[in-house]
Write a protein that binds this ligand. Structure first.
Ligand SMILES: [Zn+2]
Ligand SMILES: [Zn+2]
Length: 246
């Protein structure tokens, strides 16, 4: 079986991904699809019961349930939709996008997210979309914001307007993943501001916030708190992958 690295090189270094998709990016099967049907079912079919608010997997199959954490201290966001758990091999696709600069993967991940959203009830569709912003320094280092790259095709497919600058970071923050969970809130607290024009846009609206990975949800909660403070009626997170544990 070809290795993931080999497949990345095969597809993305040659720039042929969009033109000649023939092997599955995860298992190498020749099915003329970027992700074969088998891998799609195994890794992206939302068969897992999840908390409707934070998308953590639940043991029960009752789709309307909330997890203990959301019951005890409800987050500011109302819903979270995810395409997959943040686990192998999906994590490799996200790492390749972020750190391997495989921008072609943004479209693929966006499609997975779109399919997950379209399986949810209509009320999960927002009035407008915005990405989780990167700080200026990280944006310069990486050259692109992976959340924005995922949000762009998502906006087109869902027919929902994208506002890339709706939320901005007003200071650099440490990578949440590098911090102890106790320090994560402090790290992102008041780290975001709304664009001047955003306040009129979000009043009474349902805002969709797009991110690649949701870990503890601290960053997304900070953004939801800001949006709600300025009048958003509802906030739904759309994340490609969700870490399966709190
Ligand atoms: Zn496959
Ligand atoms: Zn929850």
């Amino acid at each position: 079986m070809p290795t993931f690295r080999h497949l990345c090189a095969q597809y993305f270094d040659t720039g042929m991904a969009a033109l000649l998709p023939s092997f599955c990016a995860l298992c190498g099967k020749n099915e003329n699809k970027l992700i074969c049907l088998g891998c799609h079912q195994q890794f992206f079919t939302p068969s897992t019961a999840r908390c409707i608010q934070c998308a953590i997997p639940l043991a029960s199959h009752d789709r309307q349930r909330l997890c203990g954490e959301c019951l005890n201290s409800p987050p500011y966001f109302d819903h979270t939709v995810t395409a997959s758990n943040y686990a192998a091999p999906v994590d490799q696709l996200i790492l390749a996008l972020k750190f391997g600069h495989r921008l072609a993967l943004a479209g693929l991940l966006s499609n997975m997210l779109r399919d997950a959203i379209l399986q949810e009830p209509q009320q999960y569709l927002p009035d407008l979309l915005c990405p989780v912003p990167l700080g200026r320094q990280r944006l310069q280092e990486r050259g692109f914001n992976q959340s924005l790259e995922i949000a762009k095709p998502l906006s087109v497919h869902l027919g929902v307007e994208l506002h890339p600058q709706l939320v901005r970071r007003n200071r650099e923050t440490a990578q949440q993943s590098s911090l102890h969970p106790d320090d994560r809130h402090k790290n992102v607290h008041n780290a975001f501001i709304l664009n001047d024009t955003a306040i009129n846009l979000i009043k009474g609206k349902h805002i969709g916030v797009v991110d690649d990975v949701m870990t503890t949800g601290t960053t997304l909660n900070e953004i939801a708190s800001l949006l709600k403070r300025f009048g958003a009626a509802k906030v739904t997170n759309y994340v490609v992958a969700r870490t399966p544990l709190h």
